[in-house]
Design a protein around this ligand. Structure first.
Ligand code: WTA
Length: 645
């Protein structure tokens, strides 16, 4: 099998880019020919950013799982779709062939149907990184239910908020999940999230850790029992069948919650056809995937990277995708390299945070690991510093593997700016060129395109995109206006990414990070307002302000300034109480790294917190704080400076 849309040279890239911009409809129509459609489209693209209303492949009918599974059965049926590496290196590896994956997905689709799930229903999936998670996701897609996967690190409260927002009626979970040395009691967290919930009809529980769980009669059922029953229903004469639901190109495929600058996460909605085309196209082109290669994306399926580059993109391309249950540092910091060696991995795709953290362990963990199978390295999630880039290049790729720095977002469905491995040039720290179909523009505060270069000959501005690509966000679930104000209202007729960027004389882009109140901690997006809300829920906290500061491993760390109204004799204990509160409200991923107790926060006369000042102090800058004359009480700044952690 080969990919007719694969770009194989720099010249082809420039041609494809030009076509995609000059005549997007005919360009994407030709790419879309690769896929399997029940009915082809009436119109390739219809859009305006005003509402916004974006339709790709209007009128087309398809089911994404027929593209991920059925289509491959004849040629690739016995080839591995998913290779699963368990948390414990001694445990049994599971190899799921395309045939087997198809069978399990059909079976679980039947389970969902038996339990009352219908097209358009929302199914929340809260599981560890096991093959059953892939079955559950794809089974939803097969019957046209909308999946909402929630990362296993989120708290009961966060789950409850997401269930409520999506009006989800079904949950698929596990008793527990293994992650490094920890067992996470997923079902217990779900039980807490469901206290008082009257909407949930069914919870399907897979046994992974055999931890005691309470199964509520009439609501909770075991995965294993349900699957056994379904198998008997759908398997006749050794032929498995569960017909895929016919979906409209623009029917929602999934919801994925992500942080923004307000206190409440947004349910980003992606639809069937455009997302399928975009993830597959970018997977093949960015990584230059060759059939037969083993692709290892280390992300969790609870994040968009896992959705797009463990599941949908690779599977639509008939690739072999490695899925890892554990973490890079357990049982030791050589784990990823051991996996590369063991499974002869060809492509590894990870976050700069992981690279920096592994770099910190030196070269010992690499000893005795054969990394010669590697062909391509990738990074995603945050800017990569040059030191980490070079370490990755020298010690992992042995200077023979191109590194792709892929910039994208939950909202973009797949990579937008990235070099194509070995095809377009790389530049350390730079995401480089836009993928065909993507038209970036840098604008100033007023939305005017920047044209003045700085002293280094670079353009600098807020990164926007001028026109839709197939994988663009369609709406935020249940609240289209929110989608408009968040992404399409800041600058007229532009999609605003929330990121700042540089552009060099070659047209390469370097993403500098968020320009809004969203932080990027270990490659995970966290809204400062959300963390503040959680801190403020702790009794005794009067007010708080959270800002980011440079963190050697995590990229950004969370620095919280807290006004506390009780005489707390023990700062350390109070800090722990606050951390416990944040863990309970959001999850451990949002715990501040530093908490400084302060008497007051720097506010303007109109009561707005001057975060710029707090950010500078957190960064260690105490002298040039800029103009503080508009502050209501400039004395608080000295107090904060003196108490800096
Ligand atoms: C940041 C993850 C620099 C950026 C796929 C973006 C990056 C946010 C890169 C989206 C990169 C992602 N270089 N920054 N290669 N990739 N980012 O939604 O700030 O979890 O807006 O999607 O991560 O995070 P999200």
């Amino acid at each position: 099998m080969s990919y007719p849309f694969q770009i194989k040279s720099l010249g082809q890239y420039h041609d494809a880019y030009k076509k995609s911009v000059e005549d997007p409809e005919s360009y994407w129509a030709s790419v879309a020919e690769y896929f399997q459609w029940r009915k082809t489209w009436d119109k390739v693209l219809e859009w305006n950013f005003k509402e916004p209303k974006i339709e790709w492949f209007r009128g087309a009918k398809l089911n994404i799982t027929e593209n991920c599974l059925d289509r491959h059965l004849a040629d690739l049926g016995d080839k591995p779709a998913i290779i699963w590496e368990p948390n414990d290196p001694g445990d049994k590896i599971r190899v799921v062939t395309y045939k087997r994956l198809h069978k399990r997905v059909c079976q679980f689709a039947q389970v969902l149907k038996n339990n009352g799930v219908k097209k358009g229903d929302r199914v929340c999936i809260y599981m560890g990184m096991i093959p059953e998670l892939a079955y559950a996701v794809l089974a939803c897609a097969r019957i046209g239910a909308i999946h909402s996967v929630i990362f296993g690190g989120f708290s009961a409260q966060s789950i409850a908020d997401r269930l409520d927002d999506a009006k989800a009626e079904y949950i698929v979970t596990c008793d527990g999940a293994y992650r490094g040395s920890k067992d996470i009691p997923l079902k217990t967290v779900i039980d807490d999230a469901l206290i008082g919930n009257k909407i949930i009809k069914r919870v399907i529980v897979y046994t992974r850790t055999r931890t005691p769980v309470s199964m509520i009669k009439g609501r909770d059922v075991w995965w294993e029992d349900e699957m056994e029953h379904a198998e008997a229903q759908i398997e006749k004469d050794d032929i498995v069948s569960f017909p895929a639901e016919e979906m409209d190109a623009e029917d929602p495929l999934f919801i994925l919650y992500t942080s923004g600058s307000t206190g409440k996460p947004k349910g980003v909605v992606h639809t069937c056809a455009g997302y399928m085309v975009w993830t597959t196209y970018t997977f093949v082109n960015v990584f230059q995937y060759d059939p037969g290669q083993v692709h290892f994306c280390t992300a969790d399926i609870g994040w968009v990277t896992g959705h797009s580059y463990i599941l949908y993109g690779p599977l639509c391309a008939g690739a072999t995708s490695l899925m890892f249950e554990g973490i890079p540092t357990w049982p030791d910091a050589g784990r990823l390299w051991e996996i590369v060696d063991k499974h002869k991995v060809n492509i590894i795709y990870t976050a700069p945070t992981a690279i920096r953290s592994l770099m910190g362990f030196g070269l010992d963990p690499l000893k005795g690991k054969d990394l010669s199978s590697l062909k391509t390295l990738g990074t995603v999630g945050e800017p990569i510093n040059e030191e980490a880039w070079h370490w990755y290049d020298d010690h992992i790729g042995k200077r023979k593997c191109p590194i792709v720095d892929t910039w994208w977002q939950t909202e973009t469905g797949g990579a937008l700016i990235s070099n194509l491995a070995g095809v377009t040039p790389a530049k350390p720290g730079w995401a480089t060129l836009p993928i065909p179909g993507v038209q970036p523009v840098l604008v100033d505060e007023n939305g005017k395109e920047v044209t003045e270069k700085d002293e280094h000959g670079l353009l600098k501005g807020n990164l926007c995109i001028k026109a839709p690509w197939p994988g663009i966000i369609r709406t935020t679930y249940g609240d289209h206006e929110r989608c408009r104000t968040n992404y399409f209202a800041t600058y007229e007729n532009l999609y605003f990414t929330g990121d700042g960027a540089y552009k060099d004389e070659n047209g390469f882009y370097r993403i500098t990070g968020r320009v809004d109140d969203v932080l990027n901690v270990s490659g995970h997006r966290i809204g400062t307002a959300e963390v503040e809300n959680a801190i403020n829920m702790h009794a005794g906290v009067v007010e708080s302000a959270v800002v980011g500061y440079p963190h050697e491993i995590k990229g950004q760390g969370l620095y919280a300034y807290v006004i506390y109204n009780r005489p707390h004799v023990d700062d350390e204990l109070t800090r722990k109480d606050i951390l416990a509160t944040v863990t309970r409200i959001i999850g451990a991923i949002a715990r501040p790294d530093k908490i400084q107790f302060v008497q007051g926060l720097p506010k303007t006369r109109s009561g707005k917190i001057m975060r710029r000042i707090l950010r500078k102090i957190a960064e260690g800058e105490t002298k040039n704080l800029g103009d503080t004359s508009t502050l209501l009480d400039p004395a608080v700044v000295d107090d904060i400076k003196n108490g800096r952690l």
